[in-house]
Design a protein around this ligand. Structure first.
Ligand code: NAX
Length: 329
């Protein structure tokens, strides 16, 4: 056995945690030669439920699972971890505005950002808890003082990418594996821009394969933007299995070298590419070198339609940042 990877998961007793943990512990994410140590963080009232989750993990008898730490102390949870998956946050309550949710959850990411400085030297952080981009911004600002490079902070838009790929595959009548280079731009919210213009089906531009331009510019974008709400409407609960799957896709894409000519979507700190304000946590098409480094794909063509959509989602992220400006140290 070459190494042990330590993974922290916050909100581990929640529904995404429940779908996430067995897959990490099974070796499906880091491979059959890597042992796994799970550090599970919950709020104190949820520790009892977390005990039940741990009992189930024990009962899976995963050969690669070394140890499980459960705690309500972020410092303990992040001690020495290589990946921190920040899933835990409060759900949006009835009648709650997006701004209220941002204020409600922001402080969680101040404390956790500071505690992340206890992670391993190669720590990577993925924020899933909503509003994911802005929570990630808060965690990043509160952690960089402790010496963690800002590139180590990502927010999840992989679920949006996967949803978009599935929609395009269904529309074109092809297998989902045929769809590549699905860029999600901006915020993980209803302003996100799923970019069919730069996506490929079987290596060909989507716009050549699906000639239905009004579907691509209207229905497709709306379906992807509203997919989370549609799942809640149908299931009575928010996406959990698909969200957990996307979080693990994100980790695997960051751990492995991206195939030539391809990219995936992740919200990362903007370096000013495509005119997006530097420092915002913005979803871009990115590539990984498989050695822990990612880069934003340069030179994609953006139509005036795309630029307008990207400007709208950037404006929303700036508004969100203004709401929590006092939490950015
Ligand atoms: P659940 O409510 O089932 O679980 C959340 C868990 O977080 C609970 O067990 C709660 O006790 C815990 N928690 C709350 N505050 C905490 C804190 N300060 N420290 C540690 N744990 C804490 O929600 P679930 O369905 O698992 O969703 C989790 C988050 O993911 C939500 O914010 C949700 O909005 C977000 N999502 C993000 C998605 C994305 O694509 N970025 C998609 C799926 C999901 O909606």
């Amino acid at each position: 056995m070459a190494r042990t990877v330590k993974v922290a998961v916050t909100g581990a007793a929640g529904q995404i945690g429940y779908a996430l943990l067995p897959r990490i512990a099974s070796g499906a994410v880091f491979g059959p030669d890597v042992r796994v140590s799970l550090h599970l963080l919950e709020i104190t009232p949820a520790l009892k439920a977390l005990e039940g989750v741990v009992m189930e993990l024990d009962d899976c008898a995963f050969p690669l699972l070394d140890e499980i730490v459960t705690t309500d102390d972020a410092d303990r949870a992040f001690e020495g971890v290589n990946w921190a998956l920040l899933v835990g946050s409060k759900p949006r309550g009835k009648g709650m505005e997006r701004g209220d949710l941002i204020r409600e959850n922001g402080p969680i990411f101040v404390g956790q950002g500071k505690a992340l400085t206890r992670g391993a030297s190669d720590l990577r952080t993925l924020v899933v808890g909503n509003p994911a981009n802005t929570n990630c911004l808060i965690a990043m600002h509160n952690a960089v003082g402790g010496g963690i490079p800002k590139e180590r902070f990502h927010a999840m838009t992989r679920l949006d990418q996967n949803r978009a790929e599935a929609q395009l595959a269904q529309k074109a009548g092809v297998k989902v594996a045929e769809v590549t280079n699905m860029a999600i731009w901006g915020n993980h919210s209803a302003t996100q821009y799923p970019d069919a213009e730069n996506a490929r089906i079987g290596g060909r531009p989507v716009t050549d394969v699906i000639g239905h331009v009004s579907w691509l510019q209207e229905d497709f974008i709306q379906i992807v933007q509203q997919r989370g709400a549609a799942v809640i409407e149908a299931r009575g609960l928010s996406s959990a299995a698909s969200a957990a799957n996307a979080a693990l896709d994100h980790v695997m894409s960051m751990e492995q070298a991206t195939p030539d000519g391809q990219f995936f979507s992740a919200a990362v700190p903007s370096d000013g590419s495509y005119g997006v304000e530097e420092g915002l946590i913005f979803s871009f098409p990115v590539r990984s070198d498989g050695q822990g480094n990612w880069s934003i794909v340069q030179g994609l063509e953006l139509s005036s339609f795309a630029r307008e959509k990207i400007a709208a989602t950037e404006a929303e992220l700036k508004e969100e940042r203004a709401v929590i400006a006092d939490l950015l140290s």
